[in-house]
Every structure is written in C-alpha cells, then in structure tokens.
Write a protein that binds this ligand. Structure first.
Ligand code: SF4
Length: 345
C-alpha cells in the first residue's frame, strides 16, 4: 500500500481527500476575496481547467462575510486561509466554508480554538495546518525534523480536542529540503498531505522546481492533494499540476500534447498552432494524445503514436488519425480542424 493510501480520509465539501481517493489539484485565488464577482469568475475559470479545490485569503470580516456569496456561485470546495484571527475563522465556518487553513498554535486564546474545533466538528469541516520554510518558529533550525516538530505543535492542539479531520502541508522553497520533509511527514502523520514546493517562483523557474520536487514526492507514493505555486495567473498552476500528475501516471483524464521544436524544414507557422492547441486541451478532460509536428520527415512517425496529429507541409498540413492520413487542410484551418477532431474523439 502506498503511503498516500494509508492516510485518513477527510471530507472537503463534495470531495474526499486522502486514502485511495484521487489526488486533488488545488490553487489559490489572487483576487481580493471581498470582490465577490472577480473571485467567482476566477474560481469558475479554474474549475473549467481542472481545479478541484480552491483557497481564498480571509484578511478581514468583509472577506469572511463574502464566503456564502461566493459559495452560492461556485461548484468546487472553498477553503478559507486565515492567520491569527479566530473570529474570522468562526465567521468563515458559519458562512459555509468547506475547509479552513489555520495554525492553532498561532492563536493564543485557547477557548477560541476550542470553539473553532467544536464548530468544525459539528459541520465536518477539516482544518489544514501549514508549515512553510518562511514561517518556521524561531527556535527551530531549517532542517526536515524542524518542519515535523512545528507541525506537531499545531496537530497536538487539535488531537487533544479529539479533532482528527486534519490535512498537513509542510512546504519548503528548496526542492531537496521539501522532498526530505515530505518523506519524513508521510512516516510521521496519519493525515492526508497537501504537497508542493512553496514560493517556487515565476512560471519558468517555478515549473522546473515544482516538477522536480513534486515528481519525487509523488513517485514515492506521497501526497493526496497538490499545488504548483507560481508567480503568475493561477490558471498556469492548474495546467502544470495536471501535466505533472499526467507525467507521473497519476491522473487519467488529461490530454497529452506532443509538438516538435520546429526547424529549417518547417513550412507552416507551427508555434502559434501548437500554443493554440495546448490552450484548447486545457479545457478537455479526457485521455487523448495529440501531435503537432512541423514536417513530413518526423511528423508522420510521431503522429502515428498519437490519436490525432498533424504533419505540416508547405502552407498545408496533413491530419492523421492513429497514424493514418485523414485529410489535408490549409494552414489557416489547421487549428479549427484539430479542435473539431479533438471534440469528436
Ligand atoms: S518534425 Fe520536422 S519540422 Fe519539426 S523539428 Fe523535426 S524535422 Fe524539423
């Protein structure tokens, strides 16, 4: 049994997290939570791309009281990210939030923690404890054991109150450290783990760091939910998370795109075609292999492996289905034709 399968199962709104349930993809809105319209729009766009759970920052009462209004217009579970202020947590819970990201050890009022835990228990709302390399307690050195110790300090408060619907994240921005931390965490805690490399960077650097870190963690059988943290539009976090899970053979309904790098032989403007197909495939949730190849030298061979493919010619492209030429179309019609064939597949 994989380590991720040994964890407790918690309910997050209409999804199950942990155990042998599918690994869920998460992201966080970068809108102001009190701007309900913008937040709802972003959440629904992310859901269409494949986001399973979404988190919003709750900084004040106006944010907290926006939760029910947001929830009315979205389908995926909503997580409130709260630091230090127990009142905001209590409002978020009463507003119908599906999960809370809160570190109880940062709240000094023990009675308030009890109240939060009681309310969460009543409504079956899990609490995610999050330890980041940037916020390790000052008495702990930057090493794997310290992340575990820091998480334990929060977990024990909840366990003493007989609360076990816990999810834990322990994110480091250093890839090697992050991997070591999660290996240790998976052996230590019986709770589902939210995995990711924190503050990974902008798209270019962040994707590389997250791909290396997450593939090692996931392939060790660790992680029940993932976030690819990127300094960009959160839609790229979902693109990347799906791609990583697909490459690790951990998600079934993700398309695969093969495209050639282009060279002196290319006689169609292939890069915009490949980018348009890539963007379109983000909204497609089925297993399909699409190949976008620049010429007939390698094109047909690669396209043969694909369910649908193109091999460019001079201002034209041949469309292949399972390696068999299907029809020839003008360069200007390639994207529309490919989209049509993807839909029909
Ligand atoms: S498939 Fe053709 S166009 Fe694309 S890189 Fe290879 S040789 Fe060049």
């Amino acid at each position: 049994m994989l380590l991720r399968e040994k964890t407790r199962v918690v309910k997050v709104g209409n999804r199950l997290l942990g155990g042998s349930n599918p690994i869920l993809i998460q992201s966080m809105c970068n809108t102001k939570t009190k701007d309900v319209e913008a937040t709802v729009k972003q959440i629904n766009e992310l859901e269409a791309l494949g986001c399973d759970i979404i988190r919003v920052a709750v900084l004040d009462k106006e944010d907290a009281y926006s939760i029910s209004k947001i929830k009315e217009k979205i389908n995926i579970p909503l997580v409130a990210d709260i630091h230090f202020d127990p009142e905001l947590a209590l409002i978020a819970i009463k507003e119908g939030v599906d999960k809370i990201r809160l570190n109880p050890g940062n709240i000094s009022d023990k009675e308030k923690i009890k109240e939060i835990v009681m309310e969460c228990k009543k409504r079956q709302i899990p609490i995610r404890i999050g330890v980041n390399s940037g916020s390790l307690p000052k008495d702990l050195a930057l090493k794997p054991e310290s992340f575990i110790e820091a998480a334990k300090r929060h977990v024990e408060i909840l366990e003493e109150l007989d609360f076990h619907d816990i999810v834990i994240s322990l994110k480091a921005s250093n890839v090697d450290l992050c991997y070591e931390v999660y290996k240790l965490a998976a052996k230590t805690f019986p709770y589902p783990l939210h995995v990711g490399v924190t503050e990974a960077g902008t798209v270019f650097k962040g994707l590389i760091a997250s791909s290396i870190g997450l593939s090692k963690i996931l392939e060790d059988g660790i992680g029940n939910t993932i976030r690819v943290s990127l300094t960009d539009d959160p839609k790229y976090e979902i693109w990347a998370a799906k791609e990583i899970l697909n490459e690790c053979h951990l998600k079934d309904n993700v398309p695969t795109l093969t495209s050639c790098p282009t060279c002196g032989r290319t006689q169609v403007d292939l890069i915009p075609i490949a980018k348009a197909v890539e963007e379109y495939l983000q909204t497609v949730h089925k297993k399909i292999h699409v190949a976008v190849m620049g010429c007939i030298v390698n094109g047909p061979g690669e396209a043969k492996e694909a369910d649908i493919g193109i091999a460019g010619g001079k201002g034209k492209a041949v469309i292949f289905k399972k390696g068999v030429p299907f029809k020839t179309v003008d360069e200007k019609d390639v994207i529309a034709e490919l989209k049509k064939e993807i839909d029909l597949f």
